[in-house]
Design a protein. Structure first.
Length: 455
């Protein structure tokens, strides 16, 4: 008999699965109940918080039988800050969870009888993020920096984040200390008053470069030299300090006008043997060592022997394109964002890579460009945003009849959906691996190889 669940009721349950965000799932009376922080196999006393026709949510009250995978989070903000999801489990359990996310999506969304068995692990679980974006707000009349509580814009003050660099922690503290000393107020989204919105810190992995960008609603005027001196004193490793004046209402971070206050706004880093120049607003991988592993696997799946023509869709600043160019006859990178295309061309020139070219185009336009050149790609590599590919884009790729399609994805659900579409267009999934780009979170990257079916 089904049980009608009601808010505030207490139940004793045993968790039997993971939710997509690293929480636990248990079943009561035939209904799935999502409970953050519980681990499959654990016995808990829980309280029902919300019941709707779509889902039921609960809260763990008392742990009755812990899992051997449970571990201490090592962060006082875990469970409150909206950043990490998996600090309460061992890394082995985290890898199993991420592999399960990918396979669940392939099975339930893609309808595929295919099991991914490999997770490419991270070498570093702490201090791995080369980019930190701290929200700035007010608490008890003082400026504080930290991260938003999950599903809200309430700032949780964080003095030290275990997955950010120590420099990022120090820079955020230096900015808010200076604000409090000089009575500079944080920006208030509701009223549009105040000045400082975010602190953005990016540090290179393979060069000494590090750039601080402070996001404000307006400048500091005559206090600017004092601001620069204070931040440089607290963070001597910095090679550049940038002011981003963002006057928009809403939660966009890096938009508006950029002014270099000191040093250089450009961060230079080396990724997969190539040198890149990264402006504050430009995309760059958060975890470069893991990105190198991801790109290496994508190149491996491409199966290049030196004679192939490769199309790299959603190429961004050309990072994967340059890696492919090492082993291909020629590579065409296509990207819809004009600034990224210019960045990609600049990166290719700076690294003296002559067998790669870039165009500002979507998938259909790229297909037309190749047709105009009277060439067909042997391999197509796609690395779309979280929303995946439009059906028209997948059809355009399949219409070029490449022997192999390599799909890099940050979203297992849209990956599975698109592989299902490619299957209907004459391709089959032949290899795939999960890549742990973001340890201690629920996010997982996947690289998959689809091969053209033989007639």
């Amino acid at each position: 008999m089904d049980i009608i669940l009601k808010k505030n009721e207490i139940y004793t349950v045993t968790s039997d699965g993971w939710s997509a965000d690293g929480g636990g799932v248990c079943h009561i009376g035939g209904r799935a109940v999502f409970v953050p922080g519980i681990i499959p196999g654990e016995k808990w006393e829980i309280k029902i918080l919300k019941v709707s026709s779509a889902a039921v949510y609960g809260k763990g009250l008392r742990l009755l039988s812990p899992s051997p995978d449970r571990t201490l989070p090592g962060c006082p903000h875990f469970g409150v800050c909206g950043g990490c999801d998996t600090r309460h489990i061992s890394y082995e359990a985290e890898k199993r969870f991420k592999l399960g996310r990918v396979n669940d999506a392939l099975r339930h969304v893609g309808g595929l009888d295919f099991a991914v068995t490999e997770v490419i692990p991270a070498d570093s679980l702490e201090r791995y993020r080369n980019k930190g974006i701290f929200a700035v707000g007010e608490l008890d009349g003082r400026a504080v920096s930290g991260f938003y509580r999950e599903h809200s814009h309430d700032i949780i003050p964080v003095a030290s984040c275990p997955i950010q660099t120590a420099l990022a922690d120090r820079a955020a503290a230096a900015v808010t200390d200076w604000m409090n000393k000089n009575r500079i107020r944080p920006y208030d989204e509701a009223t549009g008053r105040g000045t400082v919105r975010h602190v953005f810190v990016r540090r290179a992995v393979n060069t000494p470069d590090a750039v601080l960008c402070v996001v404000t609603a307006r400048g500091f005027g005559g206090l600017t030299p004092d601001f620069v001196e204070a931040v440089r004193s607290a963070c001597p490793e910095l090679t550049g300090i940038v002011l981003n004046v963002n006057k928009t209402r809403g939660n966009s971070v890096l938009t508006g006008d950029f002014y270099t206050l000191w040093g250089s706004e450009i961060m230079r880093d080396v990724l997969s043997g190539f040198s890149f120049e990264i402006a504050p607003q430009a995309f760059y991988q958060v975890n470069p060592p893991q990105a190198e592993k991801l790109y290496a696997r994508a190149v491996e799946y491409a199966g290049l022997t030196g004679g192939e023509t490769v199309l790299d869709l959603y190429c961004g600043a050309g990072t994967i394109s340059l890696c492919l160019a090492r082993q291909a006859k020629q590579v065409l990178g296509a990207e819809i964002v004009p600034e990224a295309v210019q960045n990609a061309k600049k990166n290719a020139a700076a690294n003296h890579v002559g067998n790669v070219s870039f165009i500002c185009a979507d998938a259909a336009q790229a297909a037309q460009e190749l047709a105009a050149r009277n060439v067909r790609p042997d391999v197509v590599v796609v690395d779309p945003p979280r929303k995946g590919m439009y059906p028209e884009a997948a059809a355009a790729v399949a219409g070029m009849t490449p022997a192999r399609v390599v799909y890099v994805s940050c979203n297992p659900a849209t990956l599975a959906r698109d592989i299902k579409l490619f299957t209907s267009l004459g391709y089959e999934l032949t290899s795939a691996a999960a890549v742990d780009m973001f340890p201690r979170t629920s996010h997982v990257e996947t690289v998959a190889l689809m091969s053209k079916k033989s007639c």
